[in-house]
Design a protein. Structure first.
Length: 256
């Protein structure tokens, strides 16, 4: 099977794509991978990279979000997710060329259906080891990559609201995990820690374990890996029930 996609683990989409490839390795399913956009491939997956001269004209599966799906690459099936329920023509029209589209949430299925009705549903989850909840200090953790589109992830707004809400409390913290290509977060609050560098998986797990509560303030998510990870760890999450998050954060498991 020939697969093309982004395996760049500095963002959520690349993380779950790489995780699926590692599952194929474990079950010994034969496959090759080709990286989209010249994104780096994790070291353990390099043996499966398809040589340039052997790449097919049409791949078996493409992994790409709807907004980043290249129109000059052909594939039989697309595994994707959409951040909005209504797709603009420049994003939706290209979906017609795929024989099958696989999505992880009903939210994404509703967005894709006007452009391609051959939709398969494949729910995703996250594997994170449970860890005791720390309370000293009480720490909010948010993980978001905005790709220079700050209004979608609202991290600056989160930092400002934190400082305005906890004006005098000394035993509360906010940790913001960004990436190098994110819009800089401006704050003079020493209780707010901004991590902009890429970190390995071990360091990321340690970061997530620092959370007393996870925070996700975006209302436009096609799945949202951090919310899944916080839930898998047994952490409460503050999040709007908007976008795909509402598919699995049911009211019976939430406090309004």
């Amino acid at each position: 099977m020939h697969i093309i996609g982004s395996f760049y683990e500095a963002n959520g989409y690349g993380q779950f794509t790489a995780a699926i490839m590692r599952h194929l390795v474990r079950v010994r399913y034969p496959f090759t991978i080709t990286s989209l956009f010249s994104h780096p491939v994790p070291t353990d997956l390099l043996p499966y990279v398809c040589p340039a001269h052997q790449r097919p004209k049409k791949f078996d599966v493409m992994f790409s979000s709807v907004s980043n799906c290249p129109t000059d690459v052909q594939a039989k099936a697309l595994f994707t997710m959409a951040e909005t329920t209504t797709l603009p023509w420049e994003h939706g029209a290209g979906l017609k060329r795929f024989k099958t589209i696989v999505v992880p949430t009903k939210y994404s299925a509703d967005a894709v259906r006007p452009w391609n009705k051959n939709i398969k549903f494949c729910p995703l989850g996250s594997q994170m080891a449970w860890a005791p909840v720390p309370f000293d200090p009480f720490t909010f953790v948010a993980v978001a990559t905005d790709h220079m589109c700050p209004k979608r992830k609202r991290i600056q707004e989160l930092a400002d609201v934190f400082s305005a809400t906890f004006k005098t409390q000394t035993d509360v913290r906010l940790v913001l995990k960004r990436s190098p290509n994110c819009t800089p977060t401006v704050t003079f609050d020493k209780r707010i820690e901004v991590i902009s560098d890429n970190i390995d998986r071990k360091a990321y797990n340690v970061l997530m374990q620092r959370a007393t509560v996870g925070v996700q303030v975006s209302a436009m998510e096609g799945w949202c890996l951090p919310v899944n990870e916080f839930m898998a760890m047994g952490r409460p999450v503050i999040t709007p029930l908007a976008g795909a998050v509402g598919d699995y954060m049911k009211l019976e498991a939430c406090f309004p």
